[in-house]
Write a protein that binds this ligand. Structure first.
Ligand SMILES: Cc1cc2nc3c(=O)[nH]c(=O)nc-3n(C[C@H](O)[C@H](O)[C@H](O)COP(=O)(O)OP(=O)(O)OC[C@H]3O[C@@H](n4cnc5c(N)ncnc54)[C@H](O)[C@@H]3O)c2cc1C
Length: 460
């Protein structure tokens, strides 16, 4: 995502990936509303929809089964279930189409930075020179470790096995058992998935060496420990394990080196937010880093990446901590879960939790102003069709109902749509390339101040 965002601004990008082949195991992830909005903003939504299954937006907070209220504030008010390898492939194709270079089988092993750039050393001894380096290298990030950035938080307390395999008993038997086990153990499921294949998730109880990859025997042992039967599982397609560590990088930037995605934050998968959070980090960072590289970034623009995204990740970590408590089988957390389930009958409570998980509630702190300032603008109707269709090139946009404002010397970075019909509750708004509202008002001088603040000095 970051490579593509940088390419929109004509920055030369090299992606280094240590694996020679894309990941083979198929984890289904959910793209939540804000990520779907980002796809729409870059013209990728149709492509993504072709490979996923739309599901209702509700029922994700701690897996509490409540339908979403009808009037959610998004034109894309659903969740898209899509295999993670597919979304990774689609994003890679998008980046490559835009001109990013991807080199596989190359692991970053070290780097040094100076005033002009970063020299990256690869495991095979090759050296690569670049202006900036962004570590998007996952929870065990080499870049974060080499930077010496702290990763405080809580270590993993429980481990869960996850895999795909065939089972040797009828579906009715599985359904009945899963219902019983749910009373005492979560996460736990055996869900049919394609022809005769089941997705199996079970707490890793009774499983030995956690440093080793799990085996089918580990799955059988864990299933017997919680369900009293191993369901005759056999013929695994893939087997994996994940923990519930919760950690947040102390800094997202040291000089010319930055962190994004799981390299910056890890948390349990409850609520399905990790990939979404990382994609949204990249969307926030891309245009700012491009501005810095092209030399038009106002001072401190690049630092707004950490100022804006670090609190968002802290909030996601907190909501996953809360969700993990709510899935505990202990009597206290179960009582709190029952109470919250009742409270979610109130639409406002349900909506609050859905908006949090779907990341459409985010308001960056851009100073005092109307509530819309710092929030993302939904995909509204405009004169030419849909607002998000006007954002495909990753430029700023002045949406102007006054018909007397101008973007003047910033027209090489910011588009101007004079549209008195726009479904907008303000005379004019300035949108950043990530779709967040940077200014609301009707005065040219005030607008110019904000254009300078976000887009640097005007041309000419
Ligand atoms: C069971 C489970 C279910 C999940 N479900 C969801 C969900 O429903 N929704 C959701 O949003 N998220 C979900 N997640 C989280 C999601 O999978 C991660 O947040 C996401 O993969 C993070 O992406 P990333 O690119 O930051 O890191 P990664 O996916 O870890 O990618 C990092 C890449 O960097 C490469 N790399 C590592 N070190 C180096 C190096 N030194 N040099 C070069 N390359 C390197 C790796 O090979 C890898 O390809 C789930 C996670 C788990 C475990």
């Amino acid at each position: 995502m970051l490579a593509a965002e940088l390419r929109l601004h004509d920055v030369r990008v090299l992606v280094l990936e240590k694996e020679t082949e894309p990941k083979s195991f198929v984890r289904i992830v959910g793209l939540h509303m804000r990520s779907l909005e980002l796809m729409a903003m870059r013209g990728l939504l149709e492509r993504v929809l072709q490979h996923g299954r739309k599901r209702p937006a509700g029922g994700f907070f701690a897996a509490i089964d409540k339908p979403a209220p009808k009037d959610l504030d998004s034109a894309h008010a659903y969740l898209l279930g899509i295999p993670q390898p597919v979304i990774e492939r689609l994003l890679e194709e998008h980046a490559v189409e835009l001109g990013a270079q991807v080199r596989r089988g190359l692991a970053v092993a070290g780097f040094e930075q100076d005033d002009e750039g970063v020299t990256v050393e690869l495991a095979d001894g090759e050296r690569v020179r670049s202006r900036y380096l962004v570590g998007c290298d996952g929870g065990r990030s080499t870049v974060r470790r080499l930077l010496g950035v702290g990763f405080p938080g809580e270590p993993s307390r429980t481990e869960t096995l996850m895999g795909e395999m065939e089972v040797g008993v009828p579906q009715e038997e599985i359904t009945a058992k899963v219902r019983d086990v749910h009373e005492s153990h979560r996460p736990f499921w055996l869900r049919p998935f394609g022809q005769a294949i089941y997705s199996v998730v079970v707490p890793a109880e009774g499983v030995g060496d956690r440093a080793e990859p799990p085996t089918l025997e580990d799955f059988k042992r864990a299933l017997r420990a919680v369900a009293g039967t191993d369901f005759g599982v056999h013929s695994p397609r893939w087997l994996s394990r994940f923990g519930d560590a919760t950690r947040l990088a102390e800094r997202y930037r040291v000089g010319r080196v930055l962190l994004a995605g799981d390299a910056a934050h890890i948390h349990p998968p409850t609520g399905g937010q990790g990939l979404n959070l990382g994609v949204q980090d990249a969307f926030n960072l891309g245009w700012k880093l491009a501005a810095q590289i092209h030399g038009w970034a106002p001072e401190a623009l690049l630092d707004t990446y950490q100022a804006e995204r670090h609190p968002v990740a802290a909030d996601v970590l907190d909501n996953t901590r809360a969700q993990m408590e709510l899935t505990s089988p202990e009597p206290g957390p179960r009582a709190v879960r029952r109470l919250l389930t009742e409270l979610m009958d109130f639409d406002e409570v349900n909506r609050h939790l859905i908006e949090k998980i779907a990341a459409i509630d985010i308001r960056y702190d851009l100073g005092a102003g109307p509530d819309l300032l710092g929030r993302r603008l939904r995909d509204i109707d405009v004169k030419q069709g849909r607002l998000y269709d006007l954002l495909h090139h990753g430029r700023g946009l002045l949406l102007d109902r006054t018909e007397r404002l101008t973007v003047g010397g910033w027209s090489d970075r910011v588009d101007h749509l004079a549209d008195p019909t726009a479904a907008l509750e303000a005379p004019a708004v300035l949108l950043r390339p990530d779709g967040h509202v940077a200014w609301i008002g009707d005065g040219q001088r005030d607008l110019d101040d904000h254009l300078s603040r976000w887009f640097g000095t005007p041309a000419g």
